[in-house]
Structures are given as structure tokens and as C-alpha cells.
Design a protein around this ligand. Structure first.
Ligand code: PLP
Length: 440
């Protein structure tokens, strides 16, 4: 069945959804024109839609399903826990097990606290930085996505009309954002160490923290240079602001996360996605002295934090099972598969004479249909024509049995075989041929 199809079950479900959900939608990120494809089930690296079409999943619920679907070890952990109780108004040993594993894997995390989403993790990290430093402002990178907290959303999608000069303007993302929010957020250019250092130092005495994802997906999925990350670290040291690394996506790059690759040590790190084994999750961890803002044992903490479902044992057990399945050989395999797909797409662009560049690391990649060198949000910002080419590429993949995120992100998963990888590369090659044909 080709998408779109007016007679599909997905189309009918979307009609019904529009009666009860605004625009038929609960997550803006999964909306697709003219209608979204509804999932029925997943197994391994494939998802079957409600019309019975199977596709290799390179969305992986926006990178969270690193083991795909229904992995036996994760399934047995959650079935066992479901029978014992899904959530209690008491702590369980499961939160200690997952916290210990994470503290042992990420060197800069001495203690840790769980939340229910990445949004919440980033929000609590920023609040912890404010509580610890007593300062009001935060800095973040232009175009970087960190979830839906007002402060971390600033300048998520600025345009040439409002993004300002080399020192970016603070642009509100959602209608109704209070001025106080944009006043308290400093927006840094990505991969420009000098400009970032100057801005951090200029706001130094008021700056609580600098929030950075070293390979920000929405800003283009280009890795930060080591010089950039080192400049942020040293500017934080100089000003006393905390360096907050968002590893909600990039923790899937290696056994010890992203910090060893970039040679920096964060004061706080936010986690989410894969550490929940497919369940809702978020976490903040880092320096013991900073994390003490959450400590309730000496009376009201500087930063009280609860959450009805925080550290619920379903998430904790699923997360532990998922993390225990990840070891050095699995990461090597993910890296290898990522290299094959990146190289395959580069070769296809060349073969079909289509201007483009493939970015990403490890199991993450993205294609930019542009002749420009992409190094930050602004150079990744697509022209209308480039956006059309990406849409055509994605539609081509979809109708050849491959799911990719609407804005181009592809994430690989451990159940993928060599044959699956070859299928992805072949579908990408054919979809780039579609783009080439449309350019004639
Ligand atoms: C880097 C990053 N930070 C934070 C978030 C927010 O996480 P969640 O969707 O779990 O709220 C995301 C989600 O995609 C993300 O990619």
C-alpha cells in the first residue's frame, strides 16, 4: 500500500481522532500530512501499521528504542514487574539498580535522580543550576531541542528574519512565552568557540548554567568540535556557571555516553530515551555537591522534587534490562552499521549527482540536501527547495518500507541485521533517485 491512501485504516483513525484530540494529535512531532500512519505493533526492528504494512523503523520512537520492539529480556523484566505492581508510593530497589549502573558508566555522574521525561530532566537540571548558584540566567545553543520547558525552548526554530547577528537573539518558541523567559536565556551560536566564550563571560555573574547537546539533532545533527566544547567548559570554570550536558539522545553513542568522545566533564548531565527501556523516563545526575540541592534528609531541600511516577519500577526494570544489553561489542556493531548507512547514502548522492551531505555519528544520521558545508543551525537551515527534497526523500523511504523522522533523523537499533542495513541503503539510493528525477 502506497502512502497516502484515502481508503487506509490510518486515514479512518485520523478522522476519528480529530473529534477528540486537537488536530487529531497528541504529539506535534508525530503529525504527518495528510494523515499520520498509525502503528499496530512492533517486533525486532520492524513496525507494522494498522493496514498491515511492515517497515524497518529508523525513528525508534525518536531514538528511545535502541533494542527495537519486544526484546525478550526487556519483555520478561516488565512482565515480571507488572505482576508485582507497576507503581507504589514507596521507593523500590529497582531505582538503586539503575542509578548504580548509570553512575558506574558515566564518570561525571556521582549521584542521580529520575524523572518521567527528558523535558522534565532538562527542567530539573536548569532549576538545580539556579538553586545551586543562586543565579537566574541560563545559556543554550541556537536551534537545539531540549524538550518543552519554556526556558530550554528559546530559539529552537528562529529564522533569518529574527535570528540576529553572530551573537544570536533570544527568540520565543511558543506563543505567550513571558518576556522574563527570553530575558533570562542567552542563546549561543553553535561551533563558534570565540563568540560563545564572549557571551558566557559577558553574562557570567548572572549565569547559572550552560546547556549543551554535543550533537544537537534539530540544529543539524552536526557534532560539536572539541574546541567548542572545551571553550564552553573553560568559560563555565571562569564564571562559575555549571556545564549541563544534554545526553538524552547522545547517550546512545557509547558505553560511557558522549563526554569521553568530546573530552569534557559536565557538572550535570541529563538523560532520557534509552535508559527507560521503552518506557517514559528522564534523569539528572552529576556532581554530588550540586545534586545535594535535591537532598531531603536535612529538612526542605533547596530544590524539592517529586513526581507520582518518578522512578516507577516498570521503567526502572525495563531500563536496567535495556542498559545491561548494551556493551562494547553492541556499540561497535551500531557504529559499524551507522558507517555503512552514512557511506551508502554519500555514494548514492554522488551516483545520482544530488547535492547533499550526511552527518551524524554512531547509530545516528541525517541527510541535508544542500551544497553548503553544514556546521550549525544556520548553515543547516534549509531553503524551500532543500526542504522539498528532504520531504521527497522521506516519502520515498516510507513507500519503500523505511521509517525516518520527518525532519530527517535516522536512528539504528541493535536487532538490525546486515540484510536490514542493506535494505535501508537500497531504499535510500532509490529515494535519492526520486529526488534527482524531480530536479530535472
Ligand atoms: C536532546 C533532547 N533533550 C530533551 C528531549 C526531551 O525529551 P522528552 O521527549 O522525553 O521530553 C529530547 C526529545 O527528543 C531531546 O532530543
Amino acid at each position: 500500500m502506497q502512502y497516502p491512501d484515502e481508503h487506509s485504516r490510518s486515514r479512518a483513525l485520523f478522522e476519528r481522532a480529530q473529534q477528540y484530540l486537537p488536530g487529531g494529535n497528541t504529539r506535534t512531532t508525530v503529525y504527518m500530512k495528510p494523515y499520520p500512519i498509525y502503528a499496530a505493533r512492533g517486533e525486532g526492528c520492524r513496525v507494522w501499521d494498522v493496514d498491515g504494512v511492515a517497515r524497518i523503523d529508523c525513528i525508534n520512537n525518536f531514538t528511545s528504542q535502541i533494542h527495537g520492539y519486544a526484546h525478550p529480556a526487556i519483555l520478561s523484566a516488565i512482565l515480571e514487574q507488572a505482576a508485582a505492581g507497576t507503581a507504589f508510593g514507596l521507593p523500590t530497589s529497582s531505582e538503586i539498580d539503575l542509578a548504580q549502573l548509570i553512575c558506574e558508566r558515566i564518570d561525571s555522574i556521582e549521584t542521580l535522580r529520575f524523572m518521567n521525561s527528558g523535558t522534565e530532566a532538562v527542567m530539573m537540571a536548569l532549576k538545580a543550576a539556579r538553586a545551586y548558584t543562586g543565579r537566574p540566567k541560563i545559556a543554550k545553543v541556537e536551534g537545539a531541542y531540549h524538550g518543552s520547558y519554556d526556558y530550554s525552548e528559546v530559539s529552537l526554530d528562529p529564522t533569518p528574519a529574527n535570528w540576529g547577528d553572530r551573537q544570536p537573539a533570544s527568540v520565543a518558541y511558543a506563543a505567550g512565552t513571558p518576556h522574563g523567559v527570553t530575558n533570562d536565556v542567552i542563546v549561543l551560536p553553535f561551533n563558534d568557540p570565540e563568540a560563545a566564550r564572549t557571551m558566557i563571560e559577558a553574562h557570567g555573574p548572572e549565569l547559572a548554567g550552560v546547556l549543551v547537546d554535543p550533537m544537537p539533532n534539530r540544529a543539524g545533527l552536526v557534532p560539536a568540535t572539541n574546541e567548542y566544547m572545551t571553550a564552553l567548559r573553560s568559560a563555565c570554570n571562569k564564571t562559575g556557571a555549571l556545564l549541563i550536558m544534554d545526553e538524552i539522545i547522545v547517550f546512545r553513542l557509547g558505553m560511557h555516553g558522549a563526554q569521553p568522545d568530546w573530552g569534557v566533564r559536565a557538572d550535570l548531565t541529563t538523560l532520557g530515551k534509552i535508559i527507560g527501556g521503552g518506557f517514559p523516563v528522564g534523569a539528572v545526575g552529576g556532581r554530588r555537591d550540586v545534586m545535594e540541592v535535591f537532598n531531603p534528609t536535612r529538612g526542605k531541600p533547596a530544590l524539592p522534587h517529586g513526581g507520582t511516577f518518578s522512578a516507577n519500577p516498570m521503567t526502572m526494570r525495563a531500563g536496567l534490562a535495556a542498559m545491561e544489553l548494551l556493551n562494547s561489542p553492541t556499540f561497535e556493531r551500531l557504529d559499524h552499521m551507522g558507517d555503512i548507512v552514512r557511506q551508502g547514502i554519500r555514494a548514492a548522492l554522488k551516483r545520482h549527482d544530488v547535492a547533499g551531505t550526511v552527518v551524524g555519528r554512531g547509530s545516528l544520521l541525517k541527510v541535508h540536501f544542500t551544497p553548503r558545508a553544514v556546521q550549525d543551525y544556520r548553515s543547516a537551515f534549509p531553503t524551500a527547495d532543500e526542504a522539498r527534497r528532504l520531504a521527497l526523500f522521506n516519502r520515498g523511504l516510507l513507500n519503500r518500507g523505511i521509517l525516518a523522522a520527518g525532519y530527517g533523523l535516522m536512528a539504528l537499533s541493535t536487532p538490525m541485521t546486515d540484510a536490514d542495513i542493506a535494505e535501508i541503503v537500497h531504499a535510500a539510493d532509490q529515494s535519492i533517485a526520486d529526488v534527482a528525477a524531480a530536479m530535472d
